[in-house]
Write a protein that binds this ligand. Structure first.
Ligand SMILES: CC(=O)N[C@H](C=O)[C@@H](O)[C@H](O)[C@H](O)COP(=O)(O)O
Length: 244
C-alpha cells in the first residue's frame, strides 16, 4: 500500500472526530488587520478553547501553523485566476501543497464551473488521495454534489450555495443540507452564513455531519458593523451633524 493510501486511511478517523461538532473557519478577508498567520493561529486556539473540534484555514502558512495545534484541519487556498470564477483551491498543485502543510482534508470548489487550468474534479481528488488527504467538495447545489461524489469526493460542503447565482442570501441553506444528507452516502458539512445556535441546531437536525462557522466568530469588522448599524447616530437627522 502506498504511503498516500496509508495516510488517507488514517485520515478517515478525522471524519469521526468531526462528527456532530463545530468547525471554525479562521480566515481573514483581504484588507483585514487580522490578515496574518499569527492572528489566525490565535483565532484557531481561541476557537478550540471554545469547543470547536476542527479548523478550516486558508493558505499554506496558516494551515501549517494551525495544524501544529493537533486538531483536524480543512485547508484551502483562495486564488483568483483569469478566465474562471473558481477561487477555492483551483489547482491540483494547491491540493498537494495543502496536504504537505498538514491539512488532513482539502476543500476545493466542485460547483461544476470550469477551472482556469482545465483540471477536473477527478484530478483534484486524485491529487488529494495521492497526498494522503481527504477531498471536501465545496458545492452550491444537489447536481454538483452528486457529480463530486461520483468523482470521488470524501465529504461535501454547502459552502458555495448562494455564491454562484444572483444576490447572496442572508440565511444559511439548510434545505440543501437536508436534501444532500438524504441523497448522499458521504458526510455532508453545513457551511455558509451560520450565525446563531438555532441555525447550527437546525443543520444538525437536517443530518449535517459537522457545521462550519466563519465570519460570525472570526470577523470582528463585520460583527462591529452589525452593532454600529443599530447605534443612535444613524437615527439622528443629518442636519444636526456630528456637533449637535
Ligand atoms: C463563499 C466563500 O468563499 N466561503 C469561504 C470558504 O472557505 C469563506 O470565506 C467563509 O468564511 C466560510 O465558508 C464560512 O462561511 P461563513 O463565514 O459565512 O460562516
Amino acid at each position: 500500500m502506498s504511503s498516500g493510501s496509508l495516510r488517507r486511511r488514517a485520515q478517515s478517523g478525522i471524519l469521526a472526530r468531526l462528527r456532530g461538532h463545530l468547525v471554525v473557519s479562521c480566515q481573514a478577508p483581504a484588507g483585514s488587520p487580522l490578515k496574518a498567520t499569527a492572528h489566525m493561529y490565535a483565532m484557531a486556539e481561541a476557537a478550540l478553547l471554545g469547543g470547536a473540534a476542527g479548523i478550516r484555514a486558508q493558505g499554506y502558512d496558516d494551515v501549517q501553523a494551525i495544524a501544529r495545534l493537533g486538531h483536524p484541519v480543512i485547508g484551502l487556498i483562495k486564488r483568483d485566476e483569469p478566465g474562471s470564477a473558481v477561487y477555492i483551491t483551483p489547482r491540483a498543485c494547491d491540493v498537494e501543497l495543502l496536504a504537505a502543510a498538514g491539512a488532513q482534508i482539502v476543500a476545493s470548489d466542485a460547483t461544476g464551473r470550469t477551472r482556469a487550468s482545465g483540471e477536473t474534479t477527478e484530478q483534484l481528488v486524485a491529487a488529494a488521495h495521492q497526498s494522503g488527504a481527504l477531498f471536501m467538495a465545496d458545492v452550491d447545489c444537489v447536481d454538483a454534489a452528486l457529480a463530486a461524489v461520483e468523482a470521488g469526493a470524501d465529504l461535501v460542503g454547502t459552502t458555495l450555495s448562494g455564491y454562484t447565482l444572483g444576490p447572496i442570501p442572508h440565511e444559511p441553506d439548510i434545505e440543501l443540507v437536508a436534501e444532500l444528507a438524504r441523497r448522499l452516502t458521504v458526510p455532508v458539512v453545513a457551511e455558509g452564513r451560520y450565525r446563531t445556535p438555532e441555525q447550527v441546531r437546525a443543520a444538525f437536525d437536517a443530518c449535517a455531519w459537522s457545521v462550519v462557522v466563519g465570519g460570525a466568530i472570526t470577523d470582528p469588522v463585520a460583527l462591529t458593523r452589525r452593532l454600529v448599524s443599530a447605534c443612535s447616530h444613524h437615527l439622528l437627522p443629518e442636519t444636526l451633524g456630528d456637533d449637535a
